[in-house]
Design a protein around this ligand. Structure first.
Ligand SMILES: *Cc1c(COP(=O)(O)O)cnc(C)c1O
Length: 376
């Protein structure tokens, strides 16, 4: 029997190394990794720039505590907020932690504790983030949850308008629901959220843990909408595999997180910051983002050309989904793995496609060829 808890359903392949989009298992079999460790390996595996960033810092200083100023944090924060309406960053170690910080900041700043979130959302597994998550299967057995989250239907303007009142501290949502089925926020819904926030003085928290850092073809997904979140959370793609999370906020929130109000031992340590800096130096270059958009357009066109029209292609950038109607996708994902293509689901009926942002057209062609043999 395993010495590990059984909380993860394990995949068959035991991956031991990777280079770019290709990973290799312990038997030497190669796979195209169209999961990127769930939107994490943004520059692919073992990218020389991030290997070097980690090696160089590892010879200087690993850890010093947030009691001291960490110069890398200031640099990464500047890079994250440059040309945005955000003014400040807080660094932590994961997406859930970034969302905990966001929930705490919104509560303390408004003096209210009612937060609106949405069905099929995913915000993480810690108590606050889990309570914000709109999926019963994530809550089962762990109650009582943190008060007071109201979970509304997603993209439902009427339900939003009916639920909004002066008690609401914040609305929290993903620009594309990643775990929940690759569901994009509609333009109409974005407009209704913007209006609700403006009318009632509600804070908008956008969870870009999965959509941020170039994944949708812009630095952040909200930039493609009319929304201007007060708080945004980041993690997955920011460290390329080194654990790091971040919360960005607008200038009026600064005083709320005064000394001693919130913190973390490991968050924003020099190793994480040097790696994140190297990732951002690549991903935030306009030409790089342009290439992500081109790869996305090519991928979508190939999927539409080669798959039967009964499948729907969803998402943006390189956070794409193949909607399979009522069909459960687990057996498709297993079949693809067998044929050398790693995929992950998004809910029971959607296949999620999350290649590294550096994926080539040839790799997309190979993936589509495998998908074609499975989805017919
Ligand atoms: C993965 C994810 C999280 C949780 O991040 P962890 O690093 O696993 O805690 C939160 N929100 C979204 C949108 C995610 O995709």
């Amino acid at each position: 029997m395993s010495a590990l808890f059984g909380n993860y359903g394990k995949r068959r392949a035991q991956i031991v190394k990777g280079q770019g989009t290709v990973v290799e298992d312990s038997a030497g079999k190669q796979y195209l990794d169209f999961t990127s460790g769930i939107a994490v390996a943004s520059l692919g595996h073992a990218h020389p720039a991030i290997v070097q960033a980690l090696q160089e810092q590892s010879e200087k200083l690993w850890h010093i505590s947030n009691l001291f100023e960490i110069p890398g944090q200031e640099k990464v924060a500047q890079k994250l907020i440059a040309n945005t309406h955000f003014a400040h960053a807080f660094f932590c170690n994961s997406g859930a932690e970034a969302n905990e910080a966001a929930i705490k900041l919104a509560r303390k700043h408004t003096g209210k504790h009612h937060i609106v979130t949405f069905e099929k959302s995913f915000h993480g597994r810690t108590f606050g983030a889990m309570s914000a998550t709109g999926q019963g299967k994530i809550h089962n057995g762990f109650g009582p949850l943190v008060e007071k989250f109201t979970i509304l239907p997603f993209n439902d303007v009427a339900a939003l308008e009916a639920a909004i009142d002066d008690s609401v501290a914040a609305i929290m949502l993903e620009m594309i629901q990643g775990e929940g089925g690759v569901n994009c926020v509609s333009a109409e819904f974005a407009a209704a959220i913007a209006k609700a926030c403006a009318d009632k003085g509600i804070l908008l928290i956008v969870d870009e843990v999965q959509t941020g850092i170039g994944r949708t073809g812009t630095r952040y997904a909200y930039e493609q909408t009319i929304l201007k979140p007060h708080i945004m959370t980041l993690a997955k793609g920011l460290g390329g595999g080194f654990p790091v999370g971040a919360m960005l906020g607008t200038t009026e929130l600064h005083a709320t997180f005064s000394p001693g109000t919130h913190g973390t031992t490991f968050g924003g340590n020099p190793l994480a910051m040097n790696v994140a800096q190297a990732i951002l130096d690549h991903v935030f270059e306009p030409v790089f983002l342009q290439q992500v958009q081109e790869a996305s357009a090519y991928f979508v066109a190939q999927l539409k050309a080669h798959l039967p029209s009964s499948y729907t292609i969803q998402g943006q950038g390189l956070l794409l989904g193949i909607g399979c109607g009522d069909i459960e996708v687990a057996s498709y994902i297993a079949a693809a793995e067998e044929k050398g293509l790693l995929l992950v689901g998004a809910g029971p009926n959607v296949i999620r496609l999350l290649p590294p942002l550096t994926v080539s057209k040839e790799e997309i062609d190979k993936a589509v060829a495998i998908l074609k043999t499975i989805l017919h």
